[in-house]
Write a protein that binds this ligand. Structure first.
Ligand SMILES: [Zn+2]
Length: 102
C-alpha cells in the first residue's frame, strides 16, 4: 500500500480516512512574443532569447531550464490544502497596515 505524506507538514496521509490534495505547480518564465517590429531597436535581446530557447531544446540537463520552467507536484493533507488555497503565494500574515491607527 502506498503511503503519502503531506509535503507541507510532513504528516502521513491515510487515503482511506482523509482526502489527499495534489497541487500541481507549473512555472514558466514569461517571454514577450517575438514581435520584430517592437524589438527593432533591440536586436541583441531578440538574439538572446532565441539562444535561450535553442539551449533549452538542446539541453539534456535541467540546469538551464530550471530558471525558465519548472513543474512541481505536492501532496497536501486537507488542513494544509485549506491553508495553501487561502494564500497560495505564502502571504500567511494578514496585511497589518490596514488595521493600524494613525
Ligand atoms: Zn499537511
Amino acid at each position: 500500500m502506498i503511503h503519502y505524506s503531506c509535503d507541507r507538514c510532513k504528516r502521513i496521509i491515510n487515503p482511506e480516512e482523509e482526502l489527499r490534495y495534489v497541487v500541481k505547480l507549473e512555472v514558466e518564465a514569461a517571454m514577450e512574443p517575438l514581435d520584430v517590429d517592437e524589438f527593432e531597436d533591440d536586436r541583441d535581446h531578440l538574439t538572446e532569447v532565441q539562444e535561450i530557447l535553442e539551449r533549452l531544446e538542446d539541453s539534456d540537463s535541467d540546469l538551464v531550464s530550471d530558471d525558465l520552467y519548472q513543474r512541481r507536484r505536492f501532496d497536501l493533507c486537507a488542513e494544509c490544502y485549506r491553508r495553501f488555497i487561502k494564500a497560495p503565494l505564502g502571504h500567511d500574515a494578514r496585511v497589518q497596515f490596514e488595521f493600524s491607527q494613525n
